[in-house]
Every structure is written in C-alpha cells, then in structure tokens.
Design a protein around this ligand. Structure first.
Ligand code: GUN
Length: 281
C-alpha cells in the first residue's frame, strides 16, 4: 500500500511556488498578495488562518490577516471586501468560514471580485469550472486532485466515487474528475448502498464528516482512497476512512492528519499566484 504523504507533496509544491514568486518578483517588481478576513475566535479557524499566513509568508507572498470580532456588522465586512477588490496589492481575498449567524455567507462570497476569489466559491467561478473555462478551483478538491494525479497520472475511464456533495468539496471535485474523463458517481446521505458503490470504484474520495465511514471491505485492492474528513472523536482526530482496515486493502491512501490538509493550504497559495498572474495580462 502506498501511504500518500501530503506533507511532503505540499512541501514540494510550496518550493515550486516559492521559485515562481521569485521569478514574478523579477518580472513585475512586485509579489502576489493574499488577504484573509477572519471573523470571531473559533479555534479551528484561528489555527487554519495562522497556518495560511505562515505558509504564504514562507513562499514570499505578501500576507495580511484582517480580524473582526464576532459582533462585527455585515456591512463593515462587505465594505472591507469592496476596498480589497480595488486594492492592486491584493491578488487574492479569502473570508474564513464559518461565519457568525447574522452574516449572510452568500452575500459575502458574492461581494468578492471573482478574479480575486482564491477559494473558487463565487458563483462565477463555480460556473466557469463546470463549463470547463478558466477559474479558481476550491483548494481542498484541487489538493486531492493533485495527490491522485501523483499516484495515477492517466485517469481516463477510471471509476470515481465521491462521497459527499458539498459546494466546498464534493461538487468541485466531481468537475475536476470529469475533466480527466473519469466516470463519476456522486454519493451522499440518501445513497441506498454506499458499500456497493465503493466496491465499483478505482478512486474513492470521502468528504462527508462521518468518522471512519469507509471500511476495509468497501474497497477493492487497486483503489486509490482520499480521505478529506477531519473528525474529533474520543480516540482523537480521525478521517472519514477507517485507516487500519482500508490500508490493508487499498492501493494508496491518505492519512489524517498529514494527507489532504497540507495540500489545501499549498493550493491556496497556488491560487493566489494564479490570480496575480491573470491580473498582470
Ligand atoms: N473553512 C474551512 N475550510 C475553508 C476553506 O476552504 N475556505 C474558507 N474560506 N473557509 C474555510
């Protein structure tokens, strides 16, 4: 079994991006900038944002975090986004989710200029991705995709089973796999026989938030399994895949932690650089 080392893959990607930033600096005499807006003090969000800031600085990006208390008014956030949209030193804008209840997520996402939407959540980018046009691609599925391609560069005709249908992961992941000519099945909580679907799969991507849902006898021996889950349990953090069981059967598997997570952040940096490059044309 191949243990897919997301930490190593992310470090390699960051090294490439660092090199690219140096070249861009030479060419344009400026560097891409990432601005993150963080509202409230949820611990996971604080940790994510700290890691994003650290990685962005490490590859040479201009990195800024704007923090607001939980009580901030929606219009203050929308006005700040407007300001960032026209700020030439800002290539990418990310508003960390989840947001407090009184702030409308849809309004916030739609306020971001699609050309600076490094999350790829704006409906314009969602549409562009599904139409096969140039777009920002959400960071987590992009990271999963790059890990899969490292194991299997030719995905032509492969059967992929996506577990989960979220806007963040399931739906954009499906688009990336379709572009690679996979036959994609999207499964979710109402799917009748998930085990039977998984047993057909050459590739399984689990992103549902159910601890250790995918068991050893759900997986054929040649299957690549990507675990997007991060679930807090009494036994610590586990993924959506039963690691011990599935690692005995699968061809390749991502661990949790150390699989998809590090790639997500590296892909955010990649998206920021892509937005910068498109803005220079
Ligand atoms: N919160 C958890 N994951 C993400 C993500 O990919 N983007 C944003 N903006 N917030 C998140």
């Amino acid at each position: 079994m191949i243990l897919i080392d997301g930490k190593k893959a992310a470090a390699e990607l960051r090294a490439e991006l660092k090199q690219e930033v140096t070249e861009l600096k030479g060419k344009y005499n400026k560097v891409p900038g990432l601005t993150v807006i963080l509202i409230g003090d949820l611990t996971p969000s604080q940790i994510y944002v700290r890691n994003k800031e650290k990685s962005a600085t490490e590859v040479g990006l201009k990195s800024e975090v704007i923090r607001y208390p939980d009580s901030v008014e929606e219009k203050t956030v929308l006005e700040k986004i407007k300001e960032l949209n026209i700020d030439e030193t800002v290539s990418g804008i990310l508003v960390q989710l989840p947001l407090p209840k009184h702030i409308d997520k849809k309004k916030v996402i739609e306020a971001i200029d699609p050309s600076k939407d490094v999350d790829g959540f704006h409906p314009m980018n969602v549409g562009n991705l599904s139409s096969g046009y140039e777009s920002s691609v959400p960071c987590t599925p992009l990271g999963c995709y790059l890990l899969i391609k490292k194991i299997e560069p030719n995905l032509n005709g492969k059967k992929a089973v996506m577990i989960g249908r979220s806007n963040l992961n399931g739906k954009p992941m499906t688009q990336l796999l379709l572009k690679e000519n996979c036959t994609v099945t999207i499964t979710h909580s109402k799917t009748k026989d998930l085990k039977a679907e998984c047993l057909e799969a050459d590739i399984i991507i689990a992103a549902v938030g159910i601890p250790e849902l995918v068991r050893g006898d759900w997986v054929k021996k040649d299957t690549i399994v990507i675990d997007v889950g991060i679930n807090k349990t009494d036994n610590g953090i586990v993924g959506d895949v039963h690691f011990d069981e599935v690692s005995k059967n699968a061809k390749a598997l991502t661990p949790v932690p150390g699989g998809v997570g590090p790639m997500t952040i590296a892909c955010l940096l990649k998206n920021t650089i892509e937005c910068f490059k498109r803005s220079q044309i």
